[in-house]
Design a protein around this ligand. Sequence first.
Ligand code: AMP
Length: 271
Amino acid sequence: MKIFKSKHKLKEEISNIENISFVPTMGGLHKGHISLIKKSQNFKGKTLVSIFVNPKQFNEKKDFLNYPRNLKKDLRILKHLNVDLIYLPGLKDIFSFQVKNKIFLDKFSKKLCGKSRKGHFKGVLNIVNRFLELIKPKYIFLGIKDFQQSYLISRHIVKREINTKVINCKTIREKNGIACSTRNNNLNKYQLKIASNVIKYLKNKKKLIKKKLSNFKFVNIKKDLINLGVKKIDYVELYNLNTLKRPKSKREKFKIFIAFYLNKTRLIDNI
Ligand code: AMP
């Protein structure tokens, strides 16, 4: 396992590698990240994992400072997984060069998380655009837990004709149903129980909605979630993943997208 903190050294190392499978992360590694890494290792070539908590995608400084970090543990996990290359850029290293491609921000960025987290996706694309330019990976592995993020990165790649293929990876969950997330580290037992009840509730609701779309009444769902102990809800919305519109017929495949708060911790999921 080779660790790089400088883009110049990294570029030197990878200049002769033809196929790079890239897994960008913000660290605080969990089973979700591990599944992306293992998937990338099934592809020909080398796996490169980055760990960088990107300040530009946090719209509140406090949230950035409270983001769980554990580099020692992360490196132990990566070593155990036998990952080829690790990139740990500092702020200056990653933001101090001129990029060729301008960020393309699809209009879907205005929906869901885009409404409540101003500048978030621009911040995400800024860093991903930089990584893509430095690393020029053949593949980038992204989780559909962050569906909107993955979609917007794909759109940027297509629009800017970048030679990287997005590999979407399924959501890995804990036994209690909640999606693995670094932010779960900030939840106590009681909050984890509420989060688990929210997911169970939404799974059940989805079955009902599938039978009858009018079973989706935002106001009622919101009330039920508050009763379960949720403090604040940014959104609960249905989306057809192909049309990116609200489903009109029960034959359409859809997902329930949610962003909610347990105390100060914001969680997102799609079910
Ligand atoms: P993050 O470190 O939260 O920025 O996530 C890095 C990558 O891991 C992103 O592509 C996420 O979508 C993906 N990811 C996060 N949580 C999960 C999960 N529970 N299952 C699968 N992938 C995930």
